[in-house]
Design a protein around this ligand. Sequence first.
Ligand SMILES: [Zn+2]
Length: 98
Amino acid sequence: MSAARADLSPQLRTFLHCRLRELHGGRCFYCRRNFRRRPGRRKTLDHYVPHRIWPGWNVENLVLACEGCNLAKGDVLPWPLAWLLLAVFRRENWGLTA
Ligand SMILES: [Zn+2]
């Protein structure tokens, strides 16, 4: 998903990049490649949960991704998250029937 969105100011963008570097290191969240070793590699902000499901620029829903991984992922819900949501959903259902 492209990070070039109208609602993201340059200041917020810089802040998010710094914050995410602190949290995850200067690596692509998906392929774990180091951005620093490849200065030409473009670093993008990626919504872990797709923007259309969780809009906004919440740092908890953002990861740094190289352009290739970002494009490959697109708008798809990551599998680990899909499983997690499914597990929570099931647990809630059990709670209701128990
Ligand atoms: Zn990557």
